[in-house]
Design a protein around this ligand. Structure first.
Ligand code: HEM
Length: 537
């Protein structure tokens, strides 16, 4: 999958065409930017006017404080701008907020969110590339800080804070062996037969749950969460949990229910514990308790299945691993505590992300019926040659399917962008960026700008087949570089399998209004999923 990320291969034409967003202070430019349709007038000459950031030495670069941004007040910083009803910005709509800031201040924005806590927002893919180029061997992210405390307080269960919150060499100690297993094609592909089985069960369940007249399924997002829990457990912990049970379609096991709740509870605490006052460091706040309860459940269940497999392997005469879990236990070199910690993160990271990605892909297909037909045709052709199963060959040939998912991730990514902490003092776009600055890329905003995509708000999977090069630092749903999503291979396999099966079996309809994202720990649909499913045969 690294093919999308092979670095910046600019041709001269691209350099001319790609905008360099500068001089936003001019009223004229602002007006055209506000219109939202006007092309921003940038050229390599405009770039010269600012100076190529990469050519500037640190000495010649402008100070950090000169970066434009919203006015910060003593103590409260810019938080006053996010007040409900009266504030012009919103934490719940980071993409709209980001677009407003781009229009007001230009492609690089400094924001003092609270006194002395500086955020740097980057919109231009070339600046995002510069950020990645300077992230170093151990890219740092500041997230899941309460989760880190939970784990460090329990040395009998965990060796470290785990993959999500840990930074520095300690993160790499865990990441390096874990990614050898999780990005290994054979180990992930070894689970494809069971993933295909789950996807088949899901389309059978849709047949049972859909209203026979309207085709509507209420609470579809909950059903998707059941699907992705089942997929994640089957793909990582070698267990079919029974979340997609055709015999008992409305009920799921107590264990499955508690896992979904635990993942929801844990994830719902991340945003508020990462931001704002860290009272949870001192008091057992209700939010921290919620995280603790969720994590206790996830740990207990991950432990149970890792331990069971460990015992099974001990009694097996041969030691040739075939599944992801077996590779972890027999080949990764990680001890059991670390393996359990990786699977706990997997349960935290694999359910909502998959459900949301599938939701928006289905929405885009339902609202673009001609594109849906193209996918259905590809899906039916390929599955007819594989006895209805999703196989390695099917996925290798499913070109339109991949373009659909990629295009859907452009329009509705899982998050606004990625966060990094500047590992060293650096220069971005002609400004000195101090070490330790928190940088948040704004890919979601840039991915809808006409400067980078023709008809940016249209769902056009075909754009990924044209020769027109698209800057590889724009669409990054899994991040980029050494700290990118470790579960990407597995996540894509799960989403592709589910989507190809649904597209082959159902005509997907949409009876809701326009769907947008709401920003929480991930982006999520901002209204109920009003899909209808009509059998194709
Ligand atoms: C469509 C589904 C998914 C999307 C869009 C997604 C996206 C992401 C993104 C954007 C990051 C941050 C990358 C960065 O900072 O550069 C990330 C990190 C991570 N993801 Fe995923 N993810 C998905 C599914 C999964 C799955 C299925 C797993 C588990 C197998 C997983 C495990 C993780 C972990 C453990 C990290 C932290 C990695 C680290 O910090 O070293 N993700 N993911």
């Amino acid at each position: 999958m690294l093919k999308f990320y092979q670095g910046p291969v600019w041709c001269a034409r691209q350099r001319e065409m790609l905008p360099l967003i500068v001089r936003c202070k001019s009223a004229k430019a602002l007006t055209s930017m506000r219109s939202g349709t006007a092309t921003l007038h940038f050229s390599s000459r405009a770039g010269d006017a600012l100076g190529n950031p990469k050519d500037l030495g640190k000495a010649a670069a402008k100070p950090f404080r000169d970066i434009p941004g919203p006015k910060s007040l003593p103590l409260v910083g810019t938080l006053y701008l996010y007040l409900p009803f009266i504030g012009k910005y919103s934490f719940g709509r980071l993409h709209h907020t980001g677009l407003k800031k781009l229009r007001e201040f230009g492609p690089i924005v400094r924001e003092e969110l609270i006194s002395n806590v500086n955020l740097l927002l980057l919109f231009d893919p070339r600046d995002i590339e510069t950020m990645y180029a300077t992230e170093g061997r151990y890219p740092m992210r500041r997230s899941h800080v309460a989760l880190e405390k939970y784990r460090l307080d329990r040395p009998e269960m965990y060796n470290s804070g785990g993959l999500l919150p840990t930074n520095g060499p300690e993160w790499w100690k865990l990441r390096s062996p874990a990614q050898k297993v999780l990005s290994r094609p054979q180990s992930v592909l070894s689970r494809l037969p069971v993933v295909s089985e789950v996807a088949q069960d899901f389309v059978d369940l849709v047949a049972i749950l859909r209203d026979p007249v309207t085709g509507f399924i209420p609470n579809f997002l909950d059903l998707e969460k059941r699907l992705f829990l089942e997929l994640t457990m089957a793909a990582t912990l070698d267990v079919r949990l029974g979340c997609i049970d055709k015999v008992n379609p409305h009920n799921i096991s107590e264990e499955a229910m508690s896992l979904i709740k635990a993942s929801d509870d844990s994830n719902s605490t991340i945003f508020s514990t990462d931001n704002g006052l860290h009272l949870w460091k001192v008091f057992n706040t209700p939010t921290y308790k919620k995280l603790t309860n969720g994590q206790d459940t996830i740990y207990r269940i991950a432990y149970k299945y890792v331990d069971a497999k460990d015992n099974e392997l001990k009694s097996r005469p041969e030691d040739n691993p075939t599944t992801v879990l077996e590779y972890f236990l027999l080949r990764s070199g990680l001890d059991k505590k670390d393996i359990i910690s990786v699977f706990c993160d997997t349960l935290l990271a694999g359910i909502d992300t998959g459900s949301v990605t599938l939701s928006f892909a289905l929405y885009n297909l339902a609202t673009n019926p001609e594109k849906q037909e193209l996918l259905a045709q590809e899906a039916r052709d390929l599955l007819s040659q594989s006895d209805g199963k999703v196989t390695k060959v099917v996925l290798a040939q499913a070109r339109y399917l991949k373009a659909v998912v990629k295009e859907s991730s452009r329009l509705y990514p899982i998050s606004i962008g990625v966060g990094r902490i500047a590992a060293e003092e650096t220069v971005i776009r002609g400004y000195n960026i101090p070490k330790g600055t928190v940088i948040v890329t704004q890919n979601q905003v840039s991915c809808r700008l006409p400067e980078y995509f023709e008809n940016p708000n249209e769902f056009l999977p075909e754009r990924w087949f044209t020769k027109d090069a698209i800057n590889p630092f724009l669409v990054l749903p899994f991040g980029h570089g050494p700290r990118a999503c470790i579960g990407r291979r597995m996540a894509e396999q799960n989403v592709y399998a589910a989507l190809i099966m649904i597209a082959a079996n159902y005509k997907i309809g949409w009876k809701g209004g326009k769907l947008d994202c709401y920003s929480t720990h991930t982006n999520e649909p901002d209204s109920p999923l009003d899909f209808t499913f009509t059998p194709r045969d």
